[in-house]
Design a protein around this ligand. Structure first.
Ligand SMILES: [Zn+2]
Length: 246
């Protein structure tokens, strides 16, 4: 049965060599084949461990950019020149008598005629408030359709806020009777339809005093409407923000 023993020794040799890895190092020194095999296994284990360590740190494949949303595809409105909120205070004439206007040129030339093709309410109309000001639509119903007299062209805001301060300094209280009125009441060519005109009076100040303050505040055209059909008031208007003075 010697051949069976030799045959068994031969076929189990690889297994016995592998299982001998745990034996003392003297075995490796005497068996280069086992030493190489051990080194190979140790290298493989090292590489596997390094792989586990490095795998989470590898840069992930960049995700494809998301498709542009409809909002992002909308063209951005170019920056528009903005009238300084506090325009320089202007020199005023000695008087603006009843039923006269200043400057003494027609409104369209001083403030620019109405042009609804260049007017965009979503862009141009803003809501303005100041606790020192009385807005008529806050206190009495307006003729249909309802109107909010806080609404005005953004070009009005700077001169308007100046005027609020000037009227307060003069001991008065500003009243707003009308501003932006897209339909009704005002004439076809009225700048109220672009919100560039505002109708005013003031407690404790005459309409002439208020007219002079409106010029000083930066309004481009001021009309002392003493005998207006709808009641005496000051009508003040401004140029569009983009318009250069003539
Ligand atoms: Zn008016």
């Amino acid at each position: 049965m010697a051949w069976l023993r030799i045959w068994w020794e031969e076929i189990t040799l690889p297994l016995r060599r592998i299982t001998s890895l745990g034996r003392p190092p003297s075995d490796f020194r005497h068996d280069p084949d086992l030493l190489l095999r051990g080194l190979g296994l140790a290298s493989a284990a090292l590489l596997f461990g390094l792989g586990l360590l490095l795998l989470p740190r590898l840069p992930h494949r960049a995700a494809p950019p998301p498709p542009p949303s409809p909002a992002a595809a909308k063209p951005v409105r170019p920056a528009r020149p903005v009238r300084p909120l506090r325009p320089p205070l202007r020199e005023v004439p000695a008087r603006i008598p009843p039923d006269t206007f200043y400057p003494a040129i027609r409104e369209g030339r001083a403030a620019g005629s109405i042009d609804l093709s260049t007017f965009d309410p979503d862009r141009d109309i803003i809501w303005v408030d100041d606790p020192r000001v009385w807005f008529s639509s806050d206190h009495r119903p307006t003729t249909p359709p309802p109107v909010d007299h806080h609404l005005m062209n953004r070009a009005v805001e700077g001169p308007f806020r100046n005027l609020v301060d000037l009227v307060e300094e003069a001991g008065g209280r500003l009243r707003v009777h009308a501003a932006y009125r897209p339909v009704g009441v005002h004439g076809r060519f009225s700048l109220h339809k672009e919100g560039r005109a505002i109708d005013l009076s003031a407690d404790n100040l005459s309409l002439e005093q208020l007219s002079l303050l409106a010029v000083r505040a930066g309004f481009d055209w001021v009309f002392h409407e003493a005998t207006a059909r709808g009641g005496a008031h000051v009508h003040a208007s401004v140029r569009r923000l983009d318009d250069e003075p003539e």
